[in-house]
Design a protein around this ligand. Structure first.
Ligand SMILES: NC(=O)c1ccc[n+]([C@@H]2O[C@H](COP(=O)([O-])OP(=O)(O)OC[C@H]3O[C@@H](n4cnc5c(N)ncnc54)[C@H](O)[C@@H]3O)[C@@H](O)[C@H]2O)c1
Length: 416
């Protein structure tokens, strides 16, 4: 199989997770990309990732601190995987296209619609591939969620109720997730949630929301992030920070289909955390399975009762996973799986890499393209704009920049 030479740009926590994903892709026997370089403006981070790559993949990628140098010294590299912090995506992706790279860009595509459009303009001019790294929908059980909804098993979807509450006043992962101009936690996590909601029920057209910054001071917790992904940077996290990004957003959502959503995203919750998700339709309800957990989804169907686990597969006889997903997870029809979280974590990103390689090789379109990436962001920013204006805001208004009071200070910070 032809292996397309690529580089990881951004050697922080997610850069490390992407590297582990490359390890999974190499192990699968279906590797169509090959890591040749890592680039980070912080050289020590790039060296750390290159060391890790040498250990994990058996060959050492070259280290760079600028993409221009990388372009000059390694003209063979065809694509970059951008895992820099969210605020920088529009700059790094735009430069990548100008330098002639194909791009896989971590979500969110940018923090504002204007930033997304800068990337989209550069991408269109370049004729290269742009894929947004939104991996959650690629989970086999999320694929099953979608197939079951599409089968009509719960009838016409009426409502999507979901929420999570956690966080208190601790710093979540790294300080930048509490700075509006670099990528607040609501947008950081919210684009994933929005992507899933729209994957299942179609586009959201209008949002009415109230947002808050409940905890303007945040404190270093006992550990940062999940697993050991961010351990290396724990000592750099200050004991206390001033936060200006929203830590609570409660939204009512109108889907184009007519379905109505109610979404609570609460990162300043003290006491007991919660996490819930339920889709109600005209014939029953569904607790959609969460990505990376492998838990079975559960349906309650009028006149039938509870259906869960492998029984759910009987409702979708034609449901099959693609070849790489089946290889990684062990079957092309899964009602649940039991794996340590680190495995699905790397498998889902491996699927993104494989798709990138395919898109470059044969012109296949990426599943999560620039327009989906922009819409995922626009729904989050519609919620934030709605809270500023005190009225419902359409996603179209945000995508067309008809109103951009929330985004204005971010655009001004980045001079765009
Ligand atoms: N898909 C997911 O599940 C998921 C999970 C975590 C993070 N992310 C996303 O990944 C991105 C990175 O997050 P993170 O937690 O790894 O952040 P991080 O702060 O740990 O790492 C960012 C790295 O990018 C480097 N960097 C910044 N600007 C750069 C530039 N212009 N050129 C080269 N390197 C640069 C930094 O030095 C740092 O090493 C964010 O956009 C985040 O939203 C996605």
């Amino acid at each position: 199989m032809v292996q397309i030479p690529i580089a990881i740009v951004g050697a922080g926590g997610m850069g490390g997770r992407h590297l582990r994903a490359l390890g999974a892709l190499y192990e699968s026997g279906m590797a169509n990309v090959k890591l040749e370089a890592v680039c980070d403006t912080r050289e020590e981070n790039a060296i750390f990732l290159a060391d890790f790559a040498e250990e994990l993949l058996g060959s050492r990628p070259q280290v760079f601190t600028s993409m221009e140098d990388m372009r000059n010294q390694r003209p063979d590299i065809e694509a970059v995987d951008i895992t820099t912090d969210s605020g920088s995506h529009h700059l790094v992706a735009e430069m990548a296209f100008d330098l002639g790279y194909h791009v896989l860009c971590e979500k969110p595509l940018s923090l504002t619609v204007r930033g997304c459009n800068r990337v989209i303009d550069a991408w269109k001019k370049s004729g290269k591939v742009l894929s947004v790294a939104e991996q959650e929908r690629r989970d086999p059980i999320c694929r099953l969620n979608k197939a079951v909804i599409d089968s009509g098993a719960i009838g016409k979807p009426y409502s999507f109720l979901l929420g999570s509450a956690t966080g208190g006043d601790t710093i979540i992962i790294l300080p930048w997730r509490h700075y509006k101009n670099i990528g607040g936690i609501f947008v950081d996590a919210g684009v994933h949630v929005v992507d899933q909601m729209m994957y299942y029920l179609g586009d959201i057209e209008e949002v009415f929301a109230v947002s808050k910054v409940w905890e303007p001071k945040r404190y270093k917790g006992d550990r940062i992030g999940v697993h050991d992904f961010y351990d290396r940077w724990a000592k750099e996290v200050p004991d206390e920070i001033d936060a200006d990004a929203e830590d609570m957003v409660i939204s009512t959502l109108k889907f184009k289909s007519g379905a109505v959503g109610q979404w609570t995203s609460f990162f300043a919750a003290h006491g007991e955390p919660i996490n819930y998700s339920m889709i109600y339709g005209s014939k029953g309800s569904m607790v959609p399975a969460r990505q990376r957990r492998g838990d079975p989804l559960t349906l309650t169907i009028d006149g039938v009762g509870a259906v869960s686990g492998d029984e759910v597969l009987e409702l979708v006889p034609d449901f099959h996973l693609d070849e790489l997903t089946a290889r990684l997870f062990g079957s092309d029809r899964l009602g649940s799986y039991s794996l340590p979280l680190k495995d699905p974590d790397r498998f889902l990103v491996a699927l993104e890499y494989y798709e990138l390689g395919q898109c470059i090789a044969d012109g296949t379109k990426p599943e999560v393209d620039a327009y989906i990436g922009r819409k995922d962001l626009a729904v989050c920013n519609a919620a934030l704009e709605s809270s500023v204006l005190g009225r419902p805001v359409t996603v179209e208004e945000i995508e067309n920049e008809q109103t951009a009071q929330y985004e204005a200070s971010i655009n001004s910070h980045w001079g765009i």
